[in-house]
Design a protein around this ligand. Structure first.
Ligand SMILES: C[S@@+](CC[C@H](N)C(=O)[O-])C[C@H]1O[C@@H](n2cnc3c(N)ncnc32)[C@H](O)[C@@H]1O
Ligand SMILES: [Zn+2]
Length: 434
């Protein structure tokens, strides 16, 4: 018997549970070519990959809000430098579910900059909650979101707007709570030591007495979150390729684990247990060859959860902002994220793009960088210049830094305008008769 037929025979009842009749026919058609193959490992690998893809597509179809033009833009094979101008909440609402491999960002820190302002802290946190909720949907399952945020000293504008209303706002703590409430698991908090402080704040005129001296804030958080959406779909055993697997205890909250029950499977443990695996290990264990290795030095650098590196120096000796953005983060943050949590060719999304540091680093590391930024007028020229400058030296001489841009216009907005225009013309026509 051909090995593919063996897999199908053992898996038949489970395939019928997972797919609708029509979908199963499509699946069988898609894998039929494997019948010709004599390479058992290839059959198992391809069967599993196609199966995972089909399950994913079924899941993605449950979400109705996809913007087709945006989807085409994101999936289009181009240079892998993709900039989307628009509000990240609205943009992400137009994206397919679980279509992004990693997220990394640094949001606006409440009212710290002129370009993003809120009436009070609660409105800010509410906006961030919606964005994090949408991030959870677009991020692929069992993947990671790296979130850089600093605690700040500001007025929450909840009780008073006077200077006395200023207090330390532990944004890091607030964000952890929001992420958890939206379904993420909080995994790590790197303390990024930003080095020496120049500020005179909190020194109270240098009076050397009790209660006058307080430290200056010289660190930020780099928070790591996992997404584990509990998915009870059976996945094929990586050893025999069949779906004759039973649920095992979850290896982490939300991470379904399986044990192979096919007695003809080629691997059993010493205690005679079948292969145990999860959707996550199917991904991680198939990417362990030399080409995916991370250098020892890099792992060592990120071994401690207190790290020191300088913030970005954006002002030159003439006092000009050379980056055109007042709050870029250092390349180290996306570099860590991308090297530790993605493979070559995968999609990296930064919803608060700014000067697009994440996109630049993604490109340098041969991933697809996608950045969303709301303030096009303010940042476009400087940001595009920055991307070109940063990547020019990275590419061989004759290569052009080809940036793909997309202006996100909401469907609704267009419809509204269309409706307004239509109403206007109808009225105009009625009146023009008189
Ligand atoms: C802290 S900066 C990010 C800087 C970025 N990491 C870099 O290296 O340049 C935050 C950015 O988010 C943008 N922003 C604020 N609200 C946004 C929203 N709703 N959608 C997209 N971008 C937004 C701001 O204009 C700002 O450029
Ligand atoms: Zn097996």
């Amino acid at each position: 018997m051909f090995y593919l037929d063996k897999i199908l025979k053992i898996s038949e009842r489970y395939l019928l549970k997972t797919f609708s009749k029509g979908r199963l026919d499509e699946f069988l058609k898609k894998i039929a070519y494997l019948r010709k193959s004599k390479n058992r490992d290839e059959i198992i690998k391809s069967f599993s990959e196609i199966y995972i893809q089909f399950v994913k597509e079924d899941y993605q179809r449950q979400y109705q809000g996809v913007n087709d033009k945006l989807s085409t833009f994101i999936e289009k094979k181009d240079n892998g430098i993709k900039i989307i101008w628009g509000d990240c909440l609205k943009v992400m609402q137009g994206m397919k579910s679980e279509s992004i491999h990693v997220m990394v960002t640094s949001p606006p820190y409440y009212n710290a900059r002129d370009y993003s302002q809120w009436k009070n802290l609660n409105e800010y946190l509410e906006d961030m909650r919606k964005i994090i909720c949408e991030s959870y949907r677009v991020l692929d399952n069992h993947r990671v979101f790296v979130f850089n945020i600093g605690d700040i000293f500001d007025n929450d504008n909840l009780k008073t707007k006077s200077v006395w209303g200023k207090r330390r706002l532990p944004l890091g703590a607030y964000f952890i709570k929001i992420f958890e409430e939206q379904g993420f698991t909080f995994v790590d908090d790197f303390i990024w030591d930003k080095g020496e402080v120049q500020t005179e704040r909190h020194k109270n005129g240098n009076r050397p007495y009790p209660f006058y001296q307080y430290p200056a804030n010289c660190y930020e958080h780099i928070l790591i979150f996992h997404k584990h959406r509990l998915d009870n779909t059976r996945y094929p055993c990586p050893i025999c390729g069949t779906l004759k697997v039973n649920g095992n205890t979850q290896s982490e909250i939300g991470l379904m684990s399986w044990e192979c029950k096919n007695l003809e499977c080629f691997e059993r443990s010493k205690s005679n247990r079948g292969k145990r695996f999860s959707l996550k290990t199917l991904i991680t264990q198939s990417h362990q060859s030399k080409e995916y290795e991370i250098s020892k030095d890099f792992i060592k650098k990120w071994r401690r959860d207190v790290l020191k590196f300088s913030p970005v120096i954006k002002i030159n000796s003439r006092g000009e902002n050379v980056l055109g953005h007042t709050a870029p983060f250092p390349e180290s943050i996306p570099e860590f994220t991308i090297k530790m949590f993605t493979y070559r060719g995968e999609k990296v999304l930064d919803p608060f793009g700014g000067s697009f540091t994440s996109v630049i680093v993604a490109k340098k590391l041969n991933r697809i960088g996608i950045g969303i930024e709301i303030n096009k007028k303010m940042f476009r020229d400087a940001s595009l210049k920055n991307i070109k400058k940063s990547l020019a030296s990275n590419l061989s001489n004759n290569k052009f830094v080809d940036i793909s841009e997309f202006n996100y216009a909401e469907k609704k907005e267009k419809n509204n305008n269309w409706f307004k225009r239509k109403t206007f013309f109808s009225l105009w026509r009625i009146f023009s008769v008189f």
